[in-house]
Design a binder for this molecule. Structure first.
Ligand SMILES: NC(=O)c1ccc[n+]([C@@H]2O[C@H](COP(=O)([O-])OP(=O)(O)OC[C@H]3O[C@@H](n4cnc5c(N)ncnc54)[C@H](O)[C@@H]3O)[C@@H](O)[C@H]2O)c1
Length: 428
């Protein structure tokens, strides 16, 4: 079997390699020439995917990357894994999905299966993508070609989470589309979870991400409430999670980050309006989570005040730029919001992240592009008036941090087991 995977990012690349390892020939398509050249040279551009993993499949002749969408006619199935961000008005931007549809449609042949994996609102596959594919190909979905939605479940940085063993939800445009989709994923993945429609599959993914967003907001709110009562929310969560049923631990932090949780819930909010429905939980959770960086700034201001220093003119280090530990993914990271908020208040800002040596251009924080991570040593760390732990990477030496930094604002409970001086660490 030969398939195409369109969009070779955090989702598309590991999926391509999993299919290739399962003896499926994979043509990876992307519009980013740099990625294509690196992959064809047997190199990875994602930290947690090794060069060897790519090189092995290149050498076996089971994986090739290209920018030539005309090659769609060589394959039996096309899997789309392109970005689905929000636009500047925080509305869904499905232009990447639609542009991909436009690129593949002219080359679509009868009998091909097209599966969308990008997280999106219910209706994207069977309305928006279907329309583009049918218009550009002259073929009819469910009759001439098959169409399906299957959400990706990636947990980057978690070594226990491997694409092969994560159950895969699949929904077809017709029962025949679903059967074709089962055959495709059955080649590479252990467990399939068929649902009745593309829309049910799209809605499943949104439920999963909304569940996280809402629960993180809940513990973020409890962090403030318990703190006011002199209770440590981290101690409470650790105790609550010993309950063997009916509880799942979520942890507070400096705000939401990543390509999914801060964004995907608002895809539903937008679509729900078309049906006259409100998504109050989603919006409330968004409000609570968005307020977190400002809370961290206020806590840092209090901590500096205790050292007789104002934020204005202080040297502040953000420790961790990636949005979660042990990955190099800095998309939507609250660290950028912290950098901006402190800078706006006159602080002199820098960051340290062993996974992000230099800041790449970002859409919302372009002014930080090119800034480099500081070097980790006694001299540099002790020069900061305050260090804000935004991400608890395991490669960071927190003992050294305690020995060198006079004032630490800890949003991740990273200093819990480290010996520190009274008042040296403030939780935020
Ligand atoms: N990253 C995650 O952990 C994760 C988890 C679950 C779901 N998702 C969803 O999967 C989708 C992809 O996310 P990602 O993290 O892999 O994004 P990404 O930005 O890492 O990768 C997307 C890739 O698509 C390419 N691309 C953009 N437009 C294209 C086009 N018109 N034709 C071909 N290629 C194009 C980009 O160059 C990039 O390489 C999103 O909808 C996201 O919400 C991501």
């Amino acid at each position: 079997m030969k398939i195409a995977i369109v969009g070779l990012g955090y989702v598309g690349l590991p999926l391509s390699l999993q299919f290739a390892r399962s003896q499926v020939t994979v043509l990876g398509l992307d519009i980013d020439r740099t990625k294509i050249d690196l992959l064809n040279a047997g190199r990875s551009f994602i930290k947690h995917i090794s060069n060897e993993a790519v090189a092995e499949q290149r050498q076996a002749g089971r994986f090739e990357a290209s920018t030539d969408f005309a090659r769609i006619k060589e394959v039996e199935a096309v899997v789309i894994c392109v970005p689905t961000p929000l636009n500047k008005n925080r509305e869904p931007d499905i232009s990447y999905v639609l542009n991909t549809g436009k690129s593949i449609a002219p080359h679509l042949t009868k009998g091909t299966l097209v599966v969308l994996e990008s997280t999106t609102y219910p209706g994207t596959t069977d309305e928006d993508l279907r329309e583009v594919l049918e218009k550009g190909s002259g073929l009819k979905a469910g009759v001439d070609f098959h169409l399906a939605f299957s959400p990706e479940r990636e947990d980057p940085g978690n070594p226990q989470s491997v694409v092969k063993s994560i159950p895969k939800v699949i929904g077809g445009y017709t029962p025949a589309c679903l059967e074709r989709t089962k055959i495709l994923y059955g080649k590479a993945l252990d467990t399939l979870v068929p649902v009745s429609s593309c829309r049910a599959a799209e809605a499943t993914k949104l439920l999963e991400n909304i569940f996280r967003g809402v629960n993180i907001a809940l513990v973020n709110e409890l962090k403030l409430v318990y703190d006011a009562m002199g209770i440590d929310v981290w101690e409470v969560i650790a105790a609550a999670k010993t309950k063997p049923f009916g509880f799942m631990a979520f942890y507070p932090g400096p705000g939401l980050g990543g390509h999914c949780i801060p964004i995907d819930p608002f895809y539903l909010t937008w679509k729900a309006r078309e049906y006259g429905q409100n998504t109050k939980f989603i919006e409330l959770a968004g409000e609570v989570n968005t307020a977190m960086p400002m809370h961290v700034v206020n806590r840092a201001a209090d901590a500096l005040n205790n050292h007789r220093k104002p934020v204005n003119g202080s040297k502040i280090l953000i420790l961790g730029l990636a949005y979660k530990p042990n990955v190099d993914d800095d998309r939507e990271s609250p660290s950028y919001v912290l950098l901006d908020l402190f800078k706006d208040r006159g602080a002199e800002m820098a960051y340290y992240d062993p996974y992000v040596p230099v800041i790449r251009p970002t859409r919302e924080h372009p002014h930080w592009a090119g800034t480099k991570s500081i070097v980790w040593n006694r001299e540099t760390i002790s020069a900061f008036d305050a260090v804000v732990i935004a991400t608890n990477h395991k490669d960071v030496n927190y003992q050294e941090l305690a020995a060198w930094a006079p004032c630490i604002i800890d949003t991740r409970n990273a200093m819990a087991s480290i010996k520190t001086a009274p008042g040296q660490v403030v939780k935020a």
